[in-house]
Design a protein. Structure first.
Length: 415
């Protein structure tokens, strides 16, 4: 007896779309129906937002009528809308370029999102995925963009970000984003809210003179090293105990502890690099669990500041060199480094890093950086690394005092 030839499987692909109120078991019933129809699954995407399910499945190897009969019971059983439509597998070949685009602002109205999506389209890109990273105290979304070139995408979204006054960062997608990172933070007006030299000058009674030198340096009339030596000279005679007084008075930027704590949990390396003073910064960094520190050392003799510095000055070039050194010591490629700073003295460091972030910085610094944050919190840096607020809060849950809500804890712990 001659065996029957194998049955020819139907050609063509179908997109099965399921939408409606999400309930446990609805997806299980869908895939059971697809199995009953004899379909092979090629692709699956699911989104659940505010309890509403959108599930899309691409299948092959099944007749459309058989497929429709198999999924039809889902409508009366679960109250879901189910659609079956032919799809062309060759219509949209995967683009070669993928980027992560992070959008962040205190609020993101529809007009802002329309501007961002319009910029992506003008750059020749298409948004394949959208994930909300945070809804308080800032709003942040992460978009996976396909098909756009890096330079054009950055140019288009930077123009929209400036027009809309929102923060947008563009990064190449790839495995490097999931790898171990080194994050290097500037200190004055970045990790802390003050300028250490100004705090010392107040106690030395030379605040006005120091402010004048700082103004001249910012105007380009003095090099950083020259300005730093001039300011330190004015501190001569100040008791060394004042350094500890100043350290005790430092105010961390909101979100600093959350940022450093979360980076440690991720297994990332954190370092601080400053044009300020080691005797003040090093104990503060140790309190945060940061062991890599580069800063300038004040000379002390007979219990008082001499008005001089010891060793090489950590200036604009010195900051970039410190980043390179810390990356080498930590075994982290420069492409996986992140630098954060606010001043012109940070520009070289921001340029060397794989991702340079200008934090509440002047325009010249923002222009030199890959991304800008103009919110008063440091922990949104985590969103640029793809870490959502929900995961940050979940990791903090065991440490949260009993009876304190996630929202309240996030606010209390952000300093």
């Amino acid at each position: 007896m001659t065996p029957d030839p194998p049955r020819q499987r139907p050609e063509g692909a179908f997109l099965v779309t399921v939408s409606g109120l999400d309930r446990p078991g609805s997806a299980a019933d869908l895939f059971a129906a697809l199995e009953q129809a004899g379909a092979d699954v090629l692709d699956v995407e699911q989104v659940t937002i505010f309890g509403q399910l959108l599930l899309a499945v691409v299948v092959v190897g099944v007749d459309q009528g058989v497929l429709q009969d198999a999924v039809a019971p889902l409508t009366p059983t679960w109250g879901l809308a189910v659609a079956v439509n032919p799809t062309d597998l060759g219509a949209s070949p995967p683009p070669h370029h993928h980027h992560w685009l992070t959008v962040l602002a205190p609020t993101l109205p529809a007009a802002a999102l329309a501007g961002v999506f319009g910029a992506v389209a003008r750059a020749g890109g298409n948004v394949e995925r959208i994930v909300q990273l945070a809804h308080q105290p800032v709003v942040s979304y992460e978009l996976l963009v396909a098909g756009a070139g890096s330079d054009e995408l950055r140019r288009q979204v930077a123009q929209e970000a400036a027009r809309l006054r929102i923060d947008v960062a563009v990064q190449r997608a790839g495995l490097h984003r999931r790898a171990r990172h080194l994050i290097v933070l500037d200190v004055d007006s970045t990790l802390i809210r003050q300028e250490v030299v100004d705090l010392l000058a107040e106690r030395a009674g030379c605040a006005q003179q120091v402010a004048e030198i700082t103004r001249a340096a910012m105007a380009g009339e003095l090099e950083f090293a020259e300005a730093l030596r001039a300011r330190v000279q004015l501190l001569a005679g100040l008791p060394a105990s004042t350094l500890e007084e100043v350290r005790q008075s430092l105010e961390l930027t909101p979100g600093a502890r959350t940022l450093v704590r979360t980076l440690a949990r991720l297994g990332y390396e954190t370092a601080v690099v400053s044009g300020g003073f080691l005797q003040v910064i090093e104990p503060m960094a140790a309190d945060l669990g940061i062991r890599r520190v580069a800063a300038n050392r004040l000379e002390v003799a007979d219990g008082r500041l001499t008005g001089r510095l010891l060793g090489p000055i950590v200036d604009r070039a010195g900051k970039a060199e410190a980043l390179r050194r810390f990356a080498a010591e930590a075994g982290v490629p420069l492409a996986q480094t992140v630098a954060v700073g606010d001043g012109a003295n940070d520009i070289d460091m921001l340029s060397v890093a794989g991702l340079g972030i200008a934090f509440n910085a002047k325009a010249v610094v923002q222009d030199a950086a890959d991304a800008a944050l103009n919110v008063p919190y440091l922990d949104p840096i985590l969103y640029l690394l793809g870490v959502p607020r929900s995961e940050i809060e979940a990791a903090d849950e065991p440490e949260r005092p009993e009876g304190v809500s996630a929202r309240t804890s996030a606010s209390l712990g952000s300093a």
